[in-house]
Design a protein around this ligand. Structure first.
Ligand code: KG4
Ligand code: ZN
Length: 329
């Protein structure tokens, strides 16, 4: 099945064309138009600005895909229906509906969080059941993935997502936006043991996370007037986030007796995080898989996979499809 996918849930507009079979996914095109420069002066995503940019660039991106692949050859139009910014989702879903109607093709609704997990199928074929950790700017959650469409929530963040914590800490250190890439770059020159920071929720027996206390600890340090090297603080902060994520995932793997872990979402592009997860995998005899960095951050190829599986499982979405801003889990 050749699936054209649309992603517009936050600040990336993306269109992809993926050939999907049950065990074989081939990306024929994956275009992402990032809005980072547009939102940078504001230090974060401005929802109305995001919606308007999606409105401007969705058609040109799709046209670029159609220059190389004939629209008649499509079998399915997939779109992210949520979670995300409502105004941004509405733009993508309306566009996908119009396209499906005009081409006479079925529509499929994809869940953005499931899509992050399912991005792994673009490059690997993990056996079910497996553990999934989705770590992005909007989500930090552990799932027991029983099948492509059955993702059971095991734990999630009670406040900030891990990526959000990177972004907020970068902002309070005056490092710019988005925070993840800039903090991880500075962290490479710092000492992760130099500054003691809390490991929130590490001792609690559940599989939930919390990152707002870590951000506050950084804020308190900055306000205290104590001198420190920014690189050391970045390295210590990154280490604290990574340690909590790795240890909670280790606990879930052991409790459920699982031998495969998929780590996805924008924060999974972090090099230190990947390294620590691979070390843990070796210690525990667990296969740890990550999508390539380009499929960790928001993209439409992962939406094609999620839409394909949703369509196989429950058929087409109606042209009265609504969006959902909040997570369905
Ligand atoms: O998955 P994504 O593109 O969008 C959401 O669905 O949220 O994730 C974006 C998040 C941002 O918070 C960004 O700071 C973070 O991923 N991020 C990183 C890295 N690259 C992106 N965080 C840590 N290290 C990175 N290298
Ligand atoms: Zn995302």
């Amino acid at each position: 099945m050749r699936v054209l996918a649309i992603e517009s849930s936050c600040d990336e507009t993306a269109v992809a064309l993926v050939s999907c079979g049950p065990e074989d996914f081939r990306v024929e095109a994956s275009l992402v138009s990032s809005q980072v420069e547009l939102h940078r002066p504001f230090g974060g995503v401005v929802p109305e600005v995001a919606s308007r940019r999606h409105l401007e660039v969705l058609y040109p991106l799709t046209e670029e895909v159609f220059r190389r692949h004939r629209p008649e050859e499509l079998d399915l139009v997939a779109v992210t229906a949520g979670p995300g910014l409502p105004g941004s989702l509405v733009v993508g879903v309306s566009f996908a509906k119009a396209l499906a109607y005009a081409l006479g093709k079925p529509l499929a609704a994809a869940d953005h969080v499931k899509a992050h997990t399912l991005a792994i199928f673009l490059e690997e074929t993990p056996d079910f059941p497996f553990l999934s950790l989705v770590v992005s700017g909007g989500h930090t959650a552990l799932f027991l993935v029983k099948s492509p469409t059955e993702h059971l929530l095991l734990g999630h963040t009670r406040d900030d997502a891990a990526g959000e914590a990177f972004d907020k800490v970068a902002r309070l250190l005056g490092l710019g936006y988005p925070g993840g890439p800039v903090i991880s770059r500075l962290a490479e020159r710092g000492d992760p043991r130099k500054i003691a920071l809390p490991r929130p929720m590490l001792e609690s027996p559940d599989l939930d996370f919390s990152f707002s206390g870590l951000k506050t600890a950084v804020l308190n340090l900055v306000r205290s007037g104590r001198s420190f090297e920014t690189a050391d603080l970045c390295a210590s902060f990154e280490e604290a986030v990574c340690e909590v994520l790795v240890e909670k995932a280790r606990r879930a793997l052991k409790a459920l007796g699982l031998s495969t872990l998929v780590v996805s979402g924008g924060v999974a592009a972090n090099r230190r995080l990947r390294q620590k997860f691979l070390e843990m995998g070796k210690e525990e005899g667990v296969r740890v898989l990550f999508p390539s960095p380009e499929y960790c951050t928001d993209n439409a190829a992962m939406v094609a996979v999620a839409g394909y599986f949703a369509y196989q499982d429950s058929g087409p979405a109606g042209l009265d499809l609504d969006i959902h801003a909040r997570s369905l889990f």
